[in-house]
Ligand binder design. Structure first.
Ligand SMILES: O=P(O)(O)OC[C@H]1O[C@@H](O)[C@H](O)[C@@H](O)[C@@H]1O
Length: 305
């Protein structure tokens, strides 16, 4: 498909996966159909905004390291999720980390260009009995909208069943940074967080968040706009969340980085996850017939070094 807005949409087979590459005058985006996983997003003349591991493997049935995997219908360890989220599963002890859909086949269901933007909609097609051990009729879909300035991801969940459903979720976005030691996130100052590396104890963020070691935290009561300042690359990445007031911030640092799949030993220096989420006291309760939309818009702004 080509378009007067100098839009290019190309389907590409990369090893075992079908991907879609979208090129506009301003940016380039790559998405894998599996998991409806955004893999990379780079604005022309800039460093990548979304980070993809140079060791990412394009294999069926496994999530790629990097991009923006979808954690749904729960985030992280199901046994650590609120009771109402656990109760949706037949065997919470056996629920896989980060939910059920990040390594399933999804399909591109719609693609439309209008108002200087292109939107791709991916849907998960699963059996009427629902997902394995999660017997609920909730249909997720992901809309990916690329306009001249921003990339917007919206994960919609519609409850087509006749019982309420509780879920947690996250847009697990990996960002590219110049050097993890030099970036900071000012907007998290004063937020409560759960430090999963300190026995899940609750703390309060003192000043801007900076990075000096392994970090794995769930921030609560987060503001709508969060900025990742990167003076060395003279930019800040802006994240505007929609219908979310919790976020996970994660960097594996050296030791955990060595244990991760599809991850170079020094990759921890170049990436950082800020995951726009609905977790803990921010989970989603979906009445029959209701729909929830979790979203994030991403863009960059110049910054003086
Ligand atoms: O290796 P995975 O399953 O993609 O998870 C990556 C990370 O995802 C983060 O969301 C978690 O907070 C981390 O604890 C975890 O290590």
């Amino acid at each position: 498909m080509s378009h007067s807005l100098s839009l290019r949409v190309e389907r590409q087979e990369k090893d075992q996966l079908t991907c879609w590459r979208i090129g506009t005058a301003q940016a380039e985006l790559l998405v894998a159909e599996q998991g409806a996983q955004v893999l990379s997003y780079q604005r022309r003349g800039e460093q990548p905004l979304i980070w993809l591991s140079e060791q990412a493997e394009f294999k069926r049935g496994q999530s790629l390291r990097g991009g923006a995997p979808l954690c749904w219908p729960w985030f992280g360890d199901l046994k650590r999720s609120p009771q109402s989220v656990q109760a949706m599963h037949r065997d919470p002890a056996a629920g896989p980390f980060h939910g059920l859909v990040r390594n399933l086949p999804w399909q591109l269901q719609d693609i439309a260009a209008a108002d200087h933007a292109i939107t791709l909609v991916f849907g998960l097609t699963h059996s009427p009995e629902g997902l394995p051990d999660w017997p609920h009729q909730v249909t997720p879909s992901l809309a990916i909208r690329l306009d001249e300035k921003r990339l917007t991801l919206t994960l919609a969940s519609r409850n087509d069943g006749d019982q309420p459903v509780a879920l947690s979720q996250a847009l697990h976005t990996y960002f590219a940074v110049s050097d993890i030691h030099q970036v900071e996130i000012p907007e998290l100052a004063g937020c409560r967080y759960i430090d999963t590396l300190q026995d899940w104890s609750e703390r309060t963020q003192d000043g801007a968040l900076t990075f000096t070691g392994e970090t794995d935290r769930i921030y609560l009561g987060t503001p709508e706009l969060i900025r990742l300042r990167d003076p060395r690359w003279q930019r800040q990445i802006c994240l505007q969340a929609h219908d979310s007031c919790s976020a996970i911030v994660w960097n594996p640092w050296i030791d955990k980085g060595k244990r991760l799949s599809q991850f170079a030993d020094d990759a921890w220096q170049r990436m950082l996850c800020i995951e726009t989420a609905n977790v803990l006291d921010d989970i989603v309760e979906l009445a029959p017939g209701a729909q929830a939309n979790l979203g994030v818009s991403l863009w960059t702004e110049p910054l003086q070094a």
